[in-house]
Write a protein that binds this ligand. Structure first.
Ligand code: 6PG
Length: 246
């Protein structure tokens, strides 16, 4: 498969090095924008080490907290305080102690269902950027963080799910998750995710080896379709890479 020039794979030794590299890339995006910054966080367990790093110096001290807004790329349809809630995880690790509450933008789950949550979050994103259409000249996010699931899903974009084909909506409800936890989801769509200056995947651990091999072979899976219009980076550790040459 031909590799586009705006896609890079960076190999690091282990999860600690991966979190450090992710934090440095996040800082680079923050430093490049003297105005209001928008970062779209990921759920799952992969970004936890990065979030812990951001909660401590030197990173906590370097982040201009008043200027940074934190969004979430997908949410499990559970209460805001539920331990399964993706934003609750990020809030408890670093946001609640460091970010102004007005800068934290969770996907609401106190609604009639995931479709209503999706509509409300889409409106919130549109109000934030002051536009109802995505504009390639003004990306929604400075940085989007992503993880990869065992079936090649990313965010809550699952293989063969209609949400993957969405072209106009920014956020949609997903009735059924294909992996645990089996609760309905709310997810940004591929066009919304692509509207960023950088999309950064964190892929670590031997349990990711099988899916990484399939992705590297170019299989048509959600994680291979999620790309930034500007720059996409896969941060991969050696355990995930297995025997593959780096
Ligand atoms: C979620 C996530 C999901 C996650 C991948 C990887 O809500 O579960 O947003 O897309 O990023 O499943 O999960 P791990 O990081 O736990 O391996």
């Amino acid at each position: 498969m031909a590799t586009p020039s705006n896609f890079h794979r960076i190999v690091v030794d282990d999860p600690a090095a991966l979190a450090n590299a992710a934090a440095e890339r996040l800082m680079r995006r923050i430093d490049a924008n003297p105005g209001r910054i928008a970062i779209c966080l990921a759920g799952g367990s992969s970004p936890k080490q990065l979030y812990r790093l951001l909660s401590t110096d030197p990173f906590a001290d370097r982040i201009p907290w008043e200027r940074v807004h934190w969004f979430i790329g997908d949410e499990r349809f559970v209460a805001a305080g539920d331990p399964l809630n993706n934003m609750a995880m990020a809030r408890s690790i670093f946001l609640d102690s460091l970010a102004p509450s007005a800068n934290i933008h969770p996907i609401p789950t106190d609604t009639a269902g995931p479709d209503e949550s999706a509509l409300r979050y889409e409106r919130e994103l549109q109000a934030f950027c002051g536009a109802s259409r995505l504009d390639p000249a003004r990306p929604l996010f400075d940085l989007v963080l992503m993880g990869v699931g065992p079936d090649g899903h990313t965010a809550s974009l699952f293989p063969d799910d209609p949400a993957l084909e969405e072209k106009t909506r920014w956020v949609v409800g997903v009735g059924q998750a294909h992996v645990q936890p089996f609760v309905p989801r709310v997810t940004l769509t591929l066009p919304a995710f692509s509207s960023c200056r950088e999309m950064l995947f964190e892929i670590a651990g031997a349990e990711k080896r099988a899916i990484l091999t399939r992705l590297a072979a170019g299989e048509n899976l959600p994680a291979n379709r999620a790309r930034s219009a500007a720059e996409t980076v896969w941060l991969v550790d050696r355990a995930a890479l297995g025997g593959e040459p780096s």
